[in-house]
Design a protein around this ligand. Structure first.
Ligand code: FES
Length: 193
């Protein structure tokens, strides 16, 4: 069995090797961090010119719009409203379904709102709510039908995207639309209809 030798520092060779190894690792880590900082600075400097200015990030926010009073909603009777604007394909419906739904609002989480434009080719789903299946459809053009208990997922038909769901907030008895989950048919941006 080999015996470890004590060095002048009082450490054994093994202890010294360990210490050196540790130092190297720390140094390498420090180097990597330093390299990262340098890169960032270089990129910043590279992008920077005498004319460069700090530009704040652009955040587009959905309008907050009053839709209905929770106490006014009647079971399985949709109420229509426009959102996020009055432009094309902005027609939506809100309905209290009596069964818990994904994104459902209220004490029973059964109030949901969806856009009326079929995601396939924009056929209108107006007046197509089915209380027995809690669905919208069938679309008059190619028969797509959407499940309103599961975020408007497609049940059947030609579409391949879920129906855009209107995000809702409850404040007291007032229901507000605050956003849209999904892209409205015919729009590249929900807010530029
Ligand atoms: S437009 Fe609705 S299924 Fe084609």
């Amino acid at each position: 069995m080999s015996q470890d030798v004590k060095l002048e520092s009082g450490m054994t060779r093994k202890e010294a090797a360990k210490a050196v190894g540790h130092k190297c690792l720390v140094s390498r880590r420090k180097f990597l961090i330093s390299a990262g900082v340098t890169t960032t600075i270089m990129i910043t400097l590279d992008a920077g010119t005498a004319q460069a200015q700090q530009v704040p990030a652009q955040i587009t926010e959905y309008p907050r719009k009053f839709v209905a009073k929770l106490s006014d909603l009647k079971l399985d009777e949709p109420f229509d409203f426009n959102y996020p604007d009055e432009g094309e394909y902005s027609e939506n419906m809100i309905v209290k379904m009596g069964v818990r739904a994904g994104g459902g609002l209220g004490p029973d989480q059964d109030v949901v709102a969806f856009n009326y434009a079929c995601t396939h080719q924009g056929g209108t789903l107006f007046d197509s709510y089915k209380a027995d299946t809690k669905s919208l459809g069938a679309c008059p053009l190619h028969l797509s039908t959407y499940d309103l208990t599961r975020h408007g997922i497609l049940i059947s038909g030609q579409a391949y995207q879920s129906l855009p769901q209107i995000l809702l907030e409850l404040e007291g008895d007032d229901i507000y639309a605050t956003g849209i989950f999904g892209l409205i048919y015919g729009r590249k941006d929900n807010l530029q209809g």
